[in-house]
Structures are given as C-alpha cells and as structure tokens.
Design a protein around this ligand. Structure first.
Ligand SMILES: [Zn+2]
Length: 144
C-alpha cells in the first residue's frame, strides 16, 4: 500500500492541462470570455460574473511579491529540508495572486514589490510553480 504525500496536489480532469503546462515551465490561469477577467486558482466558472465560459491562458510568468513570511520552523518533510524558506503570495502580471515560494534568493534580499518570474520545483510527480528574482545572476539551483 502506498501512502499519498500530503504536500502534493490531487490532479483531476479540470487541472490536468495546468499540470502538463507546469512540466514545460509554463504557468496557466483561467480567463473569462464574457467579462475578460483572469482568476487563479482554476475554477470551472468565473468568480466575478459566474459565467462558465472560462478558458486556460498562458501567463507571462512575471509577478511581483505581494506579501511573504520567512518560515524558520517546520518539522514536516519535505519542508524541514528547505528551512529557512519563503512562503509568499505573488501578484501575477495578469492580475491574480497565488500562494507559492520564493526561491533562488537570499532571505535578507526578499522584499515586497520585488520583480519575480516563474520557475518550477520538480518532484517525481509534478512540477510545482515557484518564483525567483528577475534577473537571476548565474545558474539557478532548485536547492536554494
Ligand atoms: Zn467573468
């Protein structure tokens, strides 16, 4: 018997396209064909006008840091291996905000409003979208 990892998403037919895109380093959000607004997390309807005429659109991958917290204690794997890490809410250039991590950045350099770009944290099952500073100096390492 295998035990599901609590920290991984549970994909289904409504999110398969999203996870396929993240494996290619692309971040998708939903956009409403009726009112033109974007949203994330993905829903089968628009949270602004309730239309079900929503479709996937690819983002630019650009965002700014809206708010964050530096996590210094977390005994649960895999998080304890990342300490300290940055739990963040970023605002995408396309509007929606999403919870994520800021990576490849010294903790002391993290600040609200900083320019970020999407990258991914690969697991065996998923590529999880996370964000790194723009521009990145030198080769990126997912272990930072
Ligand atoms: Zn709408």
């Amino acid at each position: 018997m295998t035990t599901a990892r609590y920290d991984l998403p549970t994909p289904d037919e409504t999110t398969d396209e999203y996870w396929a895109a993240t494996r290619e380093g692309r971040l998708l959000i939903k956009s409403c064909r009726d009112c033109g607004r974007n949203h994330s997390y993905p829903r089968p309807f628009c949270p602004y006008c309730w239309s079900d005429a929503v479709e996937w659109v690819q983002t630019s991958g650009r965002a700014t840091l809206y708010t964050f917290s530096i996590v210094r204690q977390n005994d649960l794997p895999p998080f304890r291996d990342w300490l300290p890490y940055v739990a963040a809410v970023v605002e995408l250039a396309e509007g929606p905000r999403l919870m994520t991590n800021v990576v490849h950045c010294p903790i002391e350099d993290v600040h609200i409003g900083m320019a970020l770009e999407v990258t991914v944290r690969d697991t065996e099952e998923f590529a999880i979208p996370v964000f790194q500073p723009v521009p990145v100096a030198g080769p990126a390492s997912l272990d930072d």
